[in-house]
Design a protein around this ligand. Structure first.
Ligand SMILES: Nc1ncnc2c1ncn2[C@@H]1O[C@H](COP(=O)(O)OP(=O)(O)OP(=O)(O)O)[C@@H](O)[C@H]1O
Length: 261
C-alpha cells in the first residue's frame, strides 16, 4: 500500500511544487512507482510536467473532486492519470477554484480527495500531493488524505510567519479527521548560505522547532538551475544532474525514505 505525502506550507513561493516534482522524479529513479497530484488551481506542477493549456483539460483533479461531491462514478484511472518522465500525475486547472468555492458548502467536504486517492494506494509506492498556499478547504482535504506532511520553508522570506498556524491546523486535522496524519519534517528550500539573513532565519526555524518537529538535514540551495529546469518543463535532476539543487533533492529523497526500511 502506497504512502501519501502532502507537500504543504501556508506561504506561497516556498518551493512546494519544485519539491513535489523533484521528489517524484528521484523516487521513480529509485524504482518506486509514484503518482504526483497537482492540487493547486494555479496548476504549476501540471505546467512543469509539460502541459501548457491547462484550462482546456477535461479530466483534472478539479473534475474528479466535482464528481466525488456529486456522488458520480469516477472515470477509470487511465482517463485522468498522465505520465511524463516516468512520473504518473493527475493534472490541475483553474477549475479547482470552482470546486474550492463549492466545497465550502458541502457536508463532509474534507474527505473528498481522500475518496479519490484511497483506491489508488494499491497501485503506487508513493502518492505526492502538491498544495496551494492557504489553510482553506483544499488544504484541509489534502491533510485529510495524507499520511505525512512535508513542510517547505524558504528562509529568505519571513520563514516563521504563519508556521504556527499551519502546524495548529495539521494537529487539528489529526485530532478531528485523520488520526494517522504525521509531520514528516520541515524542508528548508532556496537556501543561500552566503547571506546573513538566510543564516539568521534558518537558526530561527531550528530554535523554534528543534525537538518538536524534525528538520531535514538536507537543505535545498538557491540556484538558477531550478528556474531554468522549470522553463524547460523538467525536474532539475533531469535538466542538470550535477547541479547543487539536483544533488540536494537526491539526498533529500534518500533522507525522507531512509527510515521506511
Ligand atoms: N531551490 C531553488 N532555487 C531557485 N529558485 C527556486 C528554487 N526552488 C523554487 N524556486 C523558484 O521559486 C519559485 C516558486 O517555487 P515553487 O513554485 O516551487 O513554490 P510554491 O511554494 O509551490 O509556490 P505556490 O505557493 O505559488 O504554489 C519558482 O519560480 C521556482 O522556480
Amino acid at each position: 500500500m502506497g504512502k501519501i505525502y502532502m507537500v504543504g506550507s501556508q506561504k506561497g513561493g516556498v518551493g512546494k511544487t519544485t519539491t513535489t516534482l523533484n521528489l517524484a522524479y528521484f523516487l521513480q529513479k529509485m524504482g518506486k512507482k509514484v503518482l504526483a497530484v497537482d492540487f493547486d488551481s494555479q496548476a504549476n506542477l501540471t505546467a512543469c510536467l509539460g502541459i501548457v493549456n491547462t484550462g482546456e483539460l477535461e479530466n483534472t483533479i478539479g473534475h474528479l473532486m466535482m464528481a466525488e461531491m456529486e456522488d458520480a462514478k469516477l472515470p477509470a484511472p487511465k482517463r485522468y492519470i498522465r505520465t511524463k518522465e516516468g512520473i504518473d500525475f493527475i493534472p490541475a486547472s483553474i477549475y479547482l477554484s470552482v470546486v474550492d468555492a463549492k466545497l465550502r458548502l458541502e457536508m463532509g467536504a474534507e474527505k473528498m480527495l481522500s475518496g479519490i486517492l484511497e483506491p489508488l494506494r494499491e497501485k503506487y509506492d508513493y502518492i505526492l500531493i502538491d498544495t496551494c498556499p492557504s489553510l482553506g478547504t483544499l488544504t484541509i482535504n489534502a491533510l485529510a488524505a495524507a499520511d505525512d506532511v512535508i513542510i517547505t520553508v524558504n528562509p529568505q522570506l519571513l520563514a516563521m510567519m504563519g508556521m504556527q498556524d499551519f502546524l495548529k491546523t495539521v494537529m487539528k486535522i489529526k485530532r478531528r479527521i485523520n488520526p494517522k496524519l504525521e509531520i514528516a519534517g520541515i524542508l528548508l528550500t532556496m537556501c543561500d548560505t552566503r547571506t546573513k539573513l538566510c543564516k539568521v532565519l534558518t537558526e530561527q526555524v531550528e530554535d523554534c522547532f528543534q525537538g518538536q518537529v524534525r528538520i531535514f538535514e538536507t537543505r535545498i540551495p538557491n540556484t538558477v538551475k531550478v528556474g531554468e529546469s522549470i522553463y524547460y518543463s523538467m525536474p532539475v535532476g533531469q535538466y542538470s544532474l550535477k547541479s547543487s539543487a539536483s544533488i540536494a533533492y537526491w539526498k533529500f529523497t534518500k533522507e525522507l525514505i531512509a527510515d521506511e526500511g
